[in-house]
Design a protein around this ligand. Structure first.
Ligand SMILES: Nc1ncnc2c1ncn2[C@@H]1O[C@H](COP(=O)(O)OP(=O)(O)OP(=O)(O)O)[C@@H](O)[C@H]1O
Ligand SMILES: [Mg+2]
Length: 261
């Protein structure tokens, strides 16, 4: 039996890709237990299996060995209860901001009874006045906020975020990071974020999962016990950063203002 406040359990998961005789061991023996309302970041170098892991949690893919359990039930399919925000360009270009956010509700035939909530979410992401705008008429940061709202309006128990801020400037990123924390507080959704930005991971997470590549394994899980709001320049913050960067042998790059793995 799973612990009462455990929402997601990943047990002994392996994912091997076979492509034209080539075999890529993308994930090997992944074990992770996530609590309801927890904010988890996954960091690791390119190709270490982060997207593969998110796709498994979303139910877009299945493992060769092991299992993924959501509230004790094996994940076999996608479900609006697991929202997925892709890296970029995931909005429907032919729909307005409002219509993009409503898309999931319409697909589930629960639009009418939830209509008023659309304005609430537009307000929450600070896009009042842009309801009728099309994706090409808003900025990249605004589009990402719409993508996050589009996932959140379905009340996902888990929000999966695959580098949703990777392409954004650091000011917009900081803004969305704060929005995510606000949204989590308001909805108590569990969030799992893939990021290459160590500061972002420390700023947001309860725990940081560090992965090693080929085969992708969890090398360490780090608890971040700092209270919110966190100060990016604070002593403890910097110590955690140094600790993580040392694991990636990047500590010598300390004077730089921002780190990307
Ligand atoms: N559909 C696929 N077919 C074959 N190999 C794949 C497939 N998808 C991913 N891989 C391989 O699996 C490994 C993990 O890929 P994945 O996309 O999960 O990495 P990632 O950690 O998300 O990388 P990045 O940080 O660059 O996004 C890589 O070696 C990749 O080439
Ligand atoms: Mg990826």
């Amino acid at each position: 039996m799973s612990e009462r406040n455990t929402i997601l359990e990943i047990e002994g998961v392996n994912r091997i890709y076979k492509d034209k005789g080539k075999r890529v061991e993308a994930l090997k023996d992944i074990n992770l237990s996530v609590k309801r309302g927890e904010f988890i970041s996954i960091i690791g170098s390119s190709g270490c299996g982060k997207t593969t892991l998110l796709r498994l949690i979303a139910g877009l893919d299945t493992p060769q060995a092991g299992k993924l359990l959501l509230e004790g039930e094996e994940i076999t399919n996608t479900d609006p209860k697991r929202g997925y925000v892709f890296q970029q360009g995931s909005l429907f270009q032919w729909l307005t901001v409002e219509q993009n956010i409503a898309a999931g509700l319409k697909a589930r035939h629960i639009y009418k009874e939830n209509k008023e909530r659309i304005a609430e979410y537009i307000d929450m992401i600070g896009l009042e006045g842009f309801e009728r705008a099309y994706p090409h008429q808003i900025s990249g940061g605004m589009a990402q906020r719409v993508a996050i709202a589009r996932a959140l309006i379905n009340d996902p128990e888990i929000l999966l975020l695959d580098e949703p801020m990777g392409a954004l400037d650091s000011f917009t990123r900081a803004d969305i990071q704060d929005k995510l924390l606000e949204l989590r507080k308001a909805s108590n959704a569990t969030m799992i974020l893939v990021t290459h930005d160590v500061d972002e991971a420390i700023y947001l997470s309860d725990r940081i999962v560090i992965m090693t590549p080929r085969p992708g394994k969890i090398s360490q899980i780090l608890e971040v016990e700092l209270p919110h709001p966190r100060h990016r320049g604070g002593t403890e913050f910097l110590m955690i950063r140094r600790n993580i960067l040392e694991k990636f042998h990047l500590a010598s790059a300390m004077p730089e203002p921002e780190y990307r793995i």
